[in-house]
Design a protein. Sequence first.
Length: 627
Amino acid sequence: MSYKSEHERSIQDPDSFWGEQARLIHWEKPFNEVLNYSNPPFAKWFEGGLTNLCYNAVDRHLKDRADQAALIAVSTETNQEKAYTFKELYEEVNRMAAIYQANGVKKGDRVLIYMPMIAEASFAMLACARIGAIHSVVFGGFASHSLASRIDDAKPKMIVTAEAGSRAGKPVPYKPLLDEGIALASFKPEKVLIVNRGLTEFTMVAGRDVDYATERQKHLNDIVPVEWVDATHISYILYTSGTTGKPKGVQRDTGGYAVALAASMKHIFCGNPGETMFCTSDIGWVVGHSYIIYAPLINGMATILYEGTPLRPDAGIWWELVEKYKVSVMFSAPTAVRVLKKQDPAFLTKYDLSSLRALFLAGEPLDEPTATWIHDAIKKPIVDNYWQTETGWPMLAIQRGVEVMPHKFGSPGVPSFGYNMKLLDDATSEELGPDKKGVIAIEGPLPPGCMQTVWGDDKRFVSTYWETIPGKTIYSTFDWGIKDKDGYFFILGRTDDVINVAGHRLGTREIEESISSHPNVSEVAVVGIEDKLKGQAAIAFVIPRNSDSIANLEAECMKTVDSQLGPIARPGRVYVVNALPKTRSGKIVRRALQAVAEGRDPGDISTMEDQTVLAQIKDIIDSTAKA
Ligand code: ATP
Ligand code: MG
């Protein structure tokens, strides 16, 4: 089968293509039609079909895999490790579902999950799916302000939490942050279910707070029948990372999502039932929803749920787990690889990685030095893949399960099935030929698994995503890129980050890629700032690998860009810094850097990991200006 003809079929004849993929999951009742696109841009996949995400992830495997590992919960924070078989996972999910029901949670109600990476978090998600409740997982690293805005938007009947998480061996209290979040929110949830890990002291709010262990004991032997829901029933709401501004509540369906994930396991990730998948993301992010929880389980694989950092007890921990659990598919992010890159590669080569077939990386641009370093260290294919919270699964990747096409450095690959991706001129909206820069857009309908709408706000869905390219109703990714003559896409940055230097349009990514080829650059971010002469000028922020030899780093970085991209792209300044402002998912927040570089207020920085980084950078800019 060739990728090209199969991709064409997925676009020209979605009924035939997705009708076939739909057989990968269980349908309690068949759907009426594959696609209803009578009300664009709202696509309804598999309408009339009855199914259930939890049934597909858990119950369906009891027949053949009851005693096979399903969930392997590893915590290097509390030194606990427990593998749950599919049967044990089934029992735990039933207990959790029974607790929900006993506390009044019904089909369609929202359950907000604010939890560390512990097994109970996955029980909580799967139990929602089981009874048709809608989960909204909020990343455990968020504080009360972010929690409050999500509580007010999702209006959850119940919140599931743990009293604490743990980071680098130190407990991180969750309960006080949650109490404060609820106090700040105008909407008040009826119940809070608390998993007490015994890490910190906390107080219970009478009438509202419920202890998980006590409840679990009450429902030890309960079996809760699966609620068969329409394929279009909402499975979850998940807020975007908030790199470019206020997070959006992405709403996902049930049937389309299950089919898309199952198909992605076949076409992209190539994991087989009975094998183990290890995705190092967090359940608070879309990658965690799709590839820690739902996709591997739907596919009959064991999945590793990991609480801890990649460096404790040492930088070999992830690879030790690969050896121990014979991981065949691993999924991480460039930001995590950059953390490992600062360590001795011997930590990676020490373990038997023969079970591993490929390492997938997503979330941000994969720069060439990082890709080369990890490839040389583990000697496995490194598969960049490009997607968004909105899409739920990769838009671009090498479709390894269909045809092993060559990798091209800097490109995540070609469009996945069902994605009719276009490169458009943002001024004229015209489709661009090879090697021209433009906005990456998707012609509707979006394939199964993609967002249905913005939760509670259809108008915002249409105006945010479908009406930004003049004269066309087409989905904008807000990413800027190039498509080459072979159909490979290259991501050049966000459309917000495109800079205009004396009439030349440059993606910040191009300049970053160039600077990162300097041997003493460990990380770099480039933004455009206002310039009286040129319109905009590029400004670079560089973290050095070795901070003892930075005397000429600025001039050298400029020279590197000069020789690779030409003087137009040369940054006006290169600031040497210790850290870059990042979201809690590890993405660089360029809009905040730009604001600081232009002397403006950075605005909402609540999604940022470390809010002091910006102040440090401001000091560096101010002191260089004075010098
Ligand atoms: P918000 O939309 O709230 O500003 P966000 O866009 O960071 O936040 P996500 O949905 O987590 O939220 O991130 C998707 C974005 O991440 C993509 O639009 C793209 O800019 C970037 N991205 C993801 N994967 C890749 C990749 N493989 N290469 C380059 N960029 C990537
Ligand atoms: Mg986004």
